[in-house]
Design a binder for this molecule. Structure first.
Ligand SMILES: Cc1ncc(C[n+]2csc(CCOP(=O)(O)OP(=O)(O)O)c2C)c(N)n1
Ligand SMILES: [Mg+2]
Length: 384
């Protein structure tokens, strides 16, 4: 059902001051922003699931069920380029965070449709594998847990640089079993060299089909931070208001103390792991439905306004898909582009990026260096 125009509804709707507790009130305007981005992210992901089933894309995984945490996170990131700003090492379920940070729906759908216009991977990676240099977002990798090992690197730069930029790193409950999660805690807590890393574990209680309860002996995942002296908070990831303030406090701690903090957000997984498991709707609590109930009860929105937010989100997605499906796909000859940068010191595989060394014995790295960049074995130019 389509809602009435916003202006007509606004006249009738008495806007309450906000939602929250006596100490933590999220202003009404922010609540409505959070709700709108949650609805946009959900509509986009649900359309992307259809794309994976209709041949407009080939694989889907993403973040439905995590919007109530991921949107407040994105709205509070200090977005920009360089160590004065936050670095964000994403998990593959952070589309709502990117949308809240200002990503257009087209860009995410471009990656889903694997077009040459996909700004994150030029049509060669899964959806949700974002990368945006100007926002300090290093590429997401599918290899579970690697982001935990990269985070201390950017935080180390930030600590040495000064200022209040922090590194935010996000992963799933399953990924905390990888050694990189421990590496992140070790490197972030070396005495005298503590690092401003906000570690966020999105606990959806599953790693594909392995249940968290069959793997985690600790009561809460944040307990793993205790031996390292890392403080933590367990957050109801279905509550955007509580989540907002938990994120705010954790960020403030990392910005000012220049030390790590651990958040565990308990979230839903609304469409299973990915399209590989069919992306069926689960019975987990739906944060969008729960938030809308609160917005209604709190008098911040009425049903007509909620309907119009959803209608606008669906129109936006439909237009984005229509546009993206007109855009070009990568060409076969693009396959080697952006894979390896040419380097004068890379004397081992000068002509063959994928196979074994061609003529290893003839390679003289010193001569190669002396003769200049861009020259491979026997003077052949690199195909970078
Ligand atoms: C190193 C590695 N091992 C296994 C996989 C296969 N794999 C992909 S996603 C996933 C589950 C990860 O679970 P979790 O960290 O809880 O993230 P969630 O998908 O639940 O958000 C696994 C095992 C992988 N991609 N990389
Ligand atoms: Mg999980």
């Amino acid at each position: 059902m389509r809602g009435k125009p916003a202006a007509a509804v606004a006249k009738r709707t008495k806007v309450a001051p906000g939602l929250g507790t006596a100490d933590d009130v999220l202003p009404a305007g922010t609540c409505l922003d959070v709700h709108r981005h949650m609805a946009r992210a959900r509509a986009m992901e649900e359309r992307m699931i259809k794309m994976s089933k209709s041949g407009e894309g080939y694989f889907w995984l993403g973040g439905p069920g995590e919007e109530a945490f991921n949107v407040p996170l994105g709205l509070q990131v200090k977005r920009g380029f360089g160590p004065d700003f936050d670095f964000v090492h994403f998990h593959y379920r952070n589309s709502a965070t990117m949308i809240a940070m200002g990503m257009t729906l087209e860009d995410s759908i471009r990656q889903m449709a694997m077009t040459a216009t996909d700004p994150f991977s030029v049509g060669r990676n899964f959806p949700g594998h974002f990368a945006r240099k100007e926002w300090n977002i290093p590429p997401v990798t599918s290899v579970v847990g690697t982001q935990w090992a990269k985070a201390p690197g950017t935080a180390h730069v930030q600590k040495r640089h000064g200022g209040d930029g922090i590194t935010i790193v996000i992963g799933g409950d399953g990924g905390t079993h990888e050694g990189e999660f421990q590496s992140c805690m070790v490197w972030s807590t070396r005495p005298g060299h503590e690092l401003p890393v906000l570690m966020i574990v999105m606990n959806n209680r599953w790693g594909i089909s392995t249940s968290a309860q069959s793997q985690h002996a600790e009561e809460n995942i944040i307990d793993r931070g205790k031996p390292f002296g890392i403080p933590g908070a367990v957050v109801d990831g279905n509550d955007p208001v509580g989540g907002w303030f938990a994120i705010h406090r954790a960020m403030e701690y990392c910005r000012t103390e220049r030390r790590p903090f651990l958040i565990e957000a308990q979230v839903s997984r609304l469409y299973g792991h990915s399209s590989s498991s069919g992306a069926p709707r689960s019975n987990d609590p739906d944060c969008l439905v729960l938030f809308e109930k609160r917005l209604l009860e709190g008098g911040l929105l009425d049903q007509a306004r909620i309907d119009s937010v959803h209608a606008a989100a669906e129109d936006e997605v439909a237009q984005a898909v229509e546009q993206v499906l007109l855009e070009p796909k990568p060409k076969p000859e693009d396959v080697e582009k952006f894979t390896y940068a040419p380097s004068p010191v890379d004397a081992v595989y000068p002509k063959d990026y994928t196979g074994l060394p061609e003529k290893t014995l003839e390679i003289d790295p010193i001569r190669n260096l002396r003769d200049g960049a861009g020259q491979g074995i026997n003077g052949t130019p690199y195909r970078g």
